[in-house]
Design a protein around this ligand. Structure first.
Ligand code: C2O
Ligand code: CU
Length: 479
């Protein structure tokens, strides 16, 4: 990396306000010498955001983001050819980007023009439970009806929104969109020339239509695996192509919106490091070669285009070859051409987070995942022996720190998601705050959850078929 391109925050601040602090004044106030101020630094150009366009803010108040979101069926072409009838927000999939600053009040005028009831869940935002889109709390919005979501966003990061009614069908058909929450004080965040919102998905199509839902044993067992990978709603078998100048540094916000597929990703041809997780920026970014991104999770990655040539965001998928062997295939999702011309954007790539208060574990509980084959209902997924438990699994005190021991008794993996709170994974190698964690087949994962947000919160498997077939529970956080 060419170091002169990377400014520290301190250097930028010094260049912005240093000279004006030192005019020499004689006693009595008259200037004894003429201080020639250097010209002010050129304004820093705004960060460009690539991906789904932002929702229009209809409210002129600086701290209120007021938007209109309508769910409706619309014909969408994912590959430039024949359109498919999809479920869309404001006519598009992914839905438009919701963008706000920490502390902003967000008002969403939601209208349901779908033929089915729905809700909107703001995945990862620690907001009041009444606004969380849980159908256990909010009556689902019926076709033709409206609902106003109204909440204050508590922290910065990359999040997403999607329905929480028949999610296996509605999310697959295209109902999801990105959320970016920025710090109020821009100096608390790194600053890059560009950000890319990368929503990774797969859909299962037959003859150009969505294949029937929950119609096969593998779909019930492993979740719905698609046969077409999508990047930001477009069939990525022809990957999107963009060009960037040499030495450009970007922030990529990766979101896995698939029903079931854990994405295995790499970035070839550039230097990158993980700078954020579900719960926002990391205290200590880390390098890696492969990103494992289970459904529901996010990673923020800093990518430095330090070599001229081609860079690819690759998805690694397992396929069967002609002789029936399982082999890994590398499928580029996005191809970036790095030009020889050099970028001159004043990147600020450092940040400091306040030290984290040490929290002792107050309590430990176990959640066990398994399945039974019911002669009438078919395959039923369970948490602690119950499919679709009606009563809350646990009641915690507000402020309690609880170790959740997540025990997977079966072969299929489960990306476990907790609404309204963050947790940390105790096993090494997965730093940062998360709201979703992958529990691989026949294994146990321990997380330490911070139950700071009172209310009734869904706790479920984010493989949407598993959730639909019973792995959907609730915990209560008192008082
Ligand atoms: Cu992303 Cu309960 O969901
Ligand atoms: Cu599951």
């Amino acid at each position: 990396m060419r170091p002169s391109r990377i400014f520290t925050l301190a250097a930028l601040l010094a260049s912005a306000c240093g000279p004006s602090l030192s005019p020499t004044l004689a006693p009595g106030g008259a200037s004894s010498q003429v201080t020639v101020l250097p010209p002010p630094p050129p304004p820093i150009p705004a960060t460009e955001v690539w991906g789904p366009a932002a929702l229009a803010d209809e409210n002129p108040a600086a701290d209120i983001v007021e938007v209109t979101l309508t769910a409706a069926v619309a014909p969408v072409s994912i590959d430039g050819a024949a359109p498919i009838l999809m479920y869309t927000y404001n006519g598009q999939t992914p839905g438009p980007r919701l963008e706000a600053k920490v502390g902003d009040r967000v008002i969403v005028h939601f209208k349901n023009e779908l033929p089915q009831a729905t809700t909107v869940h703001w995945h990862g935002l620690r907001i009041p439970d009444a606004m969380d889109g849980s159908p256990r709390i909010q009556s689902p919005v019926l076709p033709g009806q409206t609902f106003t979501y109204d909440f204050v966003v508590p922290e910065a990061g990359s999040f997403w929104y999607h329905p929480h009614v028949r999610a296996n069908e509605q999310v697959e058909k295209g109902l999801y969109g990105p959320i970016i929450v920025r710090e109020r004080d821009a100096a608390k965040e790194p600053r890059y020339a560009a950000e890319r919102v990368l929503m990774l998905d797969d859909v299962l199509l037959t003859n150009g239509q969505f294949a029937p839902f929950l119609a096969s044993h593998p779909e019930e067992m492993h979740g719905r695996f698609g046969n077409t990978l999508l990047l930001n709603g477009k069939d990525s078998s022809t990957p999107a192509r963009v060009e960037v100048p040499h030495y450009r540094v970007e922030r990529w916000r990766l979101v896995n919106t698939a029903n079931a597929r854990t994405m295995s990703l790499s970035i070839a041809g550039a230097t990158f490091r993980v700078i954020g997780t579900d719960g926002g920026l990391l205290r200590a970014p880390y390098g890696t070669t492969r990103l494992t991104l289970p459904v529901g999770q996010r990673y923020d990655v800093e990518v430095t285009f330090d070599r001229v040539g081609e860079v690819a965001l690759n998805s690694h998928v397992l396929v069967q070859d002609a002789s029936g062997n399982v082999v890994e295939q590398t499928l580029p999702q996005l191809v970036v051409t790095v030009d020889a011309a050099e970028d001159d954007y004043p990147v600020v790539s450092d940040w400091t987070l306040p030290p984290d208060a040490q929290r002792a574990v107050d309590r430990e509980v176990t959640l066990t995942f398994d399945a039974v084959n019911d002669p009438v209902m078919g395959l039923m997924w369970r948490i602690n022996g119950v499919s679709h438990p009606v009563d809350p699994l646990f009641t915690f005190q507000r402020g309690e720190t609880v170790r959740l021991v997540l025990v997977n008794r079966v072969g299929p993996e489960h990306p476990f998601h907790l609404h309204g709170q963050f947790f940390e994974v105790e096993e090494a190698g997965q730093p940062g705050l998360k709201d979703t964690v992958l529990v691989p087949g026949l294994s146990t994962v321990r997380v330490v959850a911070r139950f700071d947000n009172p209310g009734r919160w869904m706790a479920h498997c984010h493989i949407l078929e598993h959730a639909e077939l019973g792995m959907m529970s609730e915990v209560v956080v008192g008082p």
